[in-house]
Structure formats: structure tokens, C-alpha cells
Design a protein around this ligand. Structure first.
Ligand code: AMP
Ligand code: MG
Length: 491
């Protein structure tokens, strides 16, 4: 009797709106149980914000849910169907190793997808085993936490559990499951799937669903599907700018990895740039540099064009008119992107108002950074703290001249030097998840079962704009390495 009363409710409060969509867009399916689940990392603050009870979730019953061994009340698990252009080639994809448990409705009434990643095979697994390795799941946990702290829209990570089962990649790896929290998992690829294999009614249902879920403010517009396209374009333009401003390289911007909500999603081979170089690529499979740093805005437009194509039948009954509308919306991206980028770059330099020469001032700095292989993050940090002597190009004529122009620019604005400095502090992170730091944290966790390195890293990454003395050791660069840093998809 008393024992029963002691069981604390985990706070799951599911709705399953996705399961009410046409059946062609998903397959109902439970996660595949695992032999001995163990919780290795848990996001307490995120649990709180979702209205979940952290203590209950970390108990055996709670972990059974996070491992896929138990389906919580109210959940209606399913695997989502989607397609996508992978490195330009169209393919049928879908959740090959993920299960959507349902949508958690928070005490504030917000709706978030709760997805288990690494939860077993589905009809969309193709030749995959439906499982995930511990290293890549912890990596996604770290990067998504860092992105969130940087103020960049992103899917979140609630927990990682190890499964007690080995999985076979190039080497034998411990298996793991990540609980991912997202505004939704609607992707450009979801629309591509329905446009290709669904009916017109399916497509309209999906579009109306996306409008209701993410863009209710335009759902009554006269041409609501055009508004949908425009809003998705706006959010992507804003998102990619934020990536560029912190030097984030997604690594695999396939259309299935672009979320319509405007959140960053699917952190496979992503990494942050150290030395500024527009051609930077980390992913081992991106030999052509398709997803290089400087290409990200171009790829975003390419992906959005694929999205626009799927909407054509809804935009206008006449195809020519529909294409015109889509092209008009797509052509806005460049302007939106450029405007957001300039605002963001001005802020990184402490500039409040606009002057026509600002762009040249910014470009000159970036060119100098490229020429001298200056560290992207640390250069802006040195400028923020008025320590030009900490930059690699200090003492060069080019930099001396640039610095004078920049100072003159700051003198011309009404705002004080102090507010300028504050703007820069808030716009230039002290710390990013440096590749060597992430690798060290993963190595300790995966190979030694020591999570303290990762916990410390997460702690530092949680407040990138405080610029505290404790962060100093995390700002240093890796030892010179003969080999360039490479990332792997980790599937
Ligand atoms: P990604 O490159 O992680 O975006 O994944 C591309 C596609 O491959 C998605 O449809 C995934 O669900 C699928 N996939 C990745 N890894 C596995 C796996 N181990 N088993 C089954 N499907 C997978
Ligand atoms: Mg993906």
C-alpha cells in the first residue's frame, strides 16, 4: 500500500497528433527492448522544463522508458517516413533507428516530440541495425547542449542510456539510446516523401499540420501554403546565419536533416571551425566539400528549393503561377540571410547602427583571418576584451590599419564604448565545443567509463557568454597535429 504511494509519477503527458496524420507518413511500432539499460547522462533542467519528474525518470521504471523497454502511458510509438536528397541524390529514408514516443505537452502547453534514437530496427532501416553507438550519442548530447547555450535553435537531448549490448561498426562499440526532444521532426524530406509517394490529400494534410504546429500565426492567410514556404525560408535564413556567426559546420545538410521548425538537427559529423577558412570541412564522407562552411547558405537555398517543389500543387492550381510564387519566395533568402548576417557580424564587432562601409570592414577582418589562419572564436574574443596583442596578426600593417578603422567606426556611433563592449561580450562566445575537448570527453566516457570530463565540459559550455576565468583553459587550441581533424557519421 505505502509502496505504491511512493511511486512517483514521471509526468509524461502525451498527445499523438502525428499519429492522426494519414497513415502513409509513418508506421506504428514499439521500440525494441534492450538487455540491460543504464542511464549515463541525464538533463535535469530540460526534464523540469518539460514538466517531467527528474527523480522518477532516473529510477528503474523511468530508465526503462528511456531505453525503450517500457512504453509510457499515453504514448503511441511510431517511426516516421521521409525521403531526402543525400549529397544531391534522392532516396527513400525514414526513421531507420528512431522511434517517436509521442508529443509531451508541457505545463505551459507547449508541444515537444520525444524520440528515442538507437531504439531498434524499423521498416525504414534498410540494411542498418537500428542501433546507435555510445560515442556519437554522447556527441549529439554535447553539441546540442552547446548550441542551446549559444542561443541557437536546436533539438535537445534529455538522456543517454547504454543498452548493455554491443554493436558492430568498424570496431565493436557499446550500444546506446539518446532521448531527443524536438519542436517536431518534420523535415524537408517529410514533404519530399509525401510529394513523391502520397496523395494530394496527404500533402495538404501534412502542410496544414505543419502550419498548425509551427506557424499558426499565418495559418489563416489567403495563400497559407505560400506563407508556410516564406516562414520556413525565414527561419532557415536566421538559423544558418547563427551557425556562420559561431563557426558551426553541420557537415551533412541533406534535405532529410533540415527541420521545418528551424531547429538544428542531426548532429552527425558536425564540428566547430578553429582557424577561419571558408573551405573548412570536417566530415570524412564530404570529399567534395559540398557542406563546407561557406557553402552552408547556398545548400540551405538548394534544400529550400526542394521544399518549394513539393509545395507547388498547393501554391497555385496553375503550375506556371505556382513556380513563380515559389521562385519569388526563394529569392528572398539571399536578402534575409545577408541582412541577418550583417547585423550579427556588426554585433560581433560592437557596432549598433548601420553604415554602408561596415561590410567592407567585416570582410577585411575575415580576409586577414583567413590569410593568417587566425582562430575564429579567439580572434573575436581578443577584440572583445581589447587585447589586439592576442591576435596572430598583431603588429602587421594590415591589422594596425584595420584596427584604427574599426576604432574610428566605434567612435562615430552614439553608444558608449562600454555598451559596445557589452554587445561584443554577448555576441562572441568565450568557449565553443572545441574538437579536441569533445574527443577527450568522449574518450574518457566511452573507453574508461569516466563521465567527469564530459560533465566538466558541459558545465563550461553551458554559459559561453559569461567569459569567466574558469573557462580560460577551454579556449586553448589543440596541439599541432599532422592530420586534419575528421568527423564520421557514426551510424
Ligand atoms: P543520418 O545520416 O544520421 O541523417 O541518417 C540517414 C538515414 O539512415 C536515416 O534514415 C537514418 O534513420 C538511417 N540510419 C542511420 N543509421 C542507421 C542504423 N544504424 N540503422 C538503421 N538506419 C540507420
Ligand atoms: Mg538524419
Amino acid at each position: 500500500m505505502t509502496e505504491k504511494n511512493e511511486i512517483i509519477d514521471a509526468g509524461w503527458n502525451f498527445d499523438n497528433s502525428y499519429a492522426r496524420l494519414p497513415e502513409s507518413v509513418y508506421t506504428r511500432l514499439n521500440p525494441t527492448p534492450v538487455s540491460s539499460p543504464k542511464l549515463v547522462i541525464f538533463n535535469g533542467p530540460l526534464a523540469d522544463s518539460l514538466g517531467l519528474n527528474a527523480q522518477a525518470l532516473q529510477s528503474n521504471d523511468g530508465v526503462a522508458v528511456l531505453a525503450g523497454n517500457q512504453v509510457p502511458e499515453g504514448a503511441l510509438p511510431l517511426a516516421q517516413a521521409y525521403a531526402g536528397h543525400q549529397f544531391g541524390h534522392f532516396t527513400m529514408l525514414g526513421d531507420g533507428r528512431a522511434i517517436l514516443l509521442g508529443e509531451q505537452i508541457t505545463p505551459q502547453g507547449d508541444r515537444f516530440d520525444i524520440q528515442l534514437k538507437g531504439s531498434g530496427v524499423t521498416p525504414y532501416s534498410r540494411r542498418g541495425d537500428g542501433r546507435a553507438a555510445l560515442g556519437p550519442m554522447l556527441r549529439e548530447y554535447i553539441i546540442s547542449q552547446a548550441m542551446h547555450a549559444l542561443g541557437i535553435p536546436t533539438t535537445r537531448s534529455l538522456a543517454v542510456v547504454t543498452t548493455g549490448e554491443s554493436i558492430f561498426r568498424e570496431t565493436v562499440q557499446p550500444g546506446a539510446i539518446l532521448t531527443r526532444v524536438a519542436a517536431s521532426h518534420l523535415r524537408v524530406g517529410t514533404f519530399q516523401y509525401v510529394a513523391k509517394w502520397g496523395t494530394d490529400q496527404d500533402l495538404q494534410a501534412l502542410a496544414d499540420y505543419t502550419l498548425q504546429r509551427h506557424f499558426p500565426e499565418v495559418a489563416q492567410d489567403e495563400n497559407r501554403y505560400l506563407s508556410l514556404l516564406q516562414e520556413v525560408i525565414k527561419r532557415q535564413a536566421a538559423l544558418i546565419v547563427q551557425w556562420q556567426l559561431v563557426g558551426f559546420i553541420h557537415g551533412v545538410m541533406n534535405t532529410d536533416n533540415m527541420a521545418l521548425s528551424g531547429e538544428s538537427i542531426d548532429f552527425g559529423p558536425c564540428a566547430f571551425m578553429d582557424a577561419y577558412d571558408p573551405a573548412t570541412v570536417f566530415s570524412s564522407i564530404d570529399s567534395q566539400g559540398r557542406y563546407a562552411y561557406a557553402n552552408q547558405p547556398h545548400i540551405a537555398v538548394w534544400n529550400l528549393a526542394r521544399f518549394a517543389e513539393t509545395l507547388l500543387p498547393l501554391l497555385h492550381e496553375g503550375e506556371e503561377q505556382a513556380i513563380k510564387l515559389a521562385e519569388g519566395a526563394l529569392s528572398d533568402f539571399a536578402e534575409l540571410y545577408h541582412r541577418n548576417w550583417l547585423t550579427g557580424m556588426r554585433a560581433k564587432l560592437g557596432i549598433f547602427e548601420e553604415e554602408p562601409q561596415d561590410e567592407a570592414l567585416i570582410e577585411d577582418l575575415l580576409n586577414m583571418m583567413q590569410k593568417h589562419q587566425a582562430d575564429y572564436t579567439n580572434t573575436f574574443r581578443a577584440l572583445t576584451f581589447d587585447k589586439p596583442e592576442d591576435t596572430v596578426f598583431f603588429g602587421t600593417t594590415g591589422f594596425t590599419q584595420w584596427h584604427e578603422q574599426w576604432q574610428a567606426r566605434l567612435d562615430r556611433q552614439q553608444e558608449s564604448k562600454a555598451s559596445s563592449h557589452q554587445l561584443m561580450r554577448n555576441s562572441n562566445p568565450a568557449v565553443i565545443p572545441r574538437n579536441h575537448r569533445v574527443e577527450a570527453a568522449l574518450d574518457a566516457a566511452v573507453n574508461q567509463g569516466d563521465y567527469s570530463v564530459m560533465e566538466q565540459l558541459l558545465d563550461v559550455l553551458a554559459s559561453p557568454y559569461t567569459h569567466s576565468p574558469e573557462q580560460a583553459e577551454y579556449t586553448t587550441l589543440p596541439e599541432e597535429s599532422t592530420r586534419p581533424y575528421r568527423t564520421y557519421c557514426g551510424t
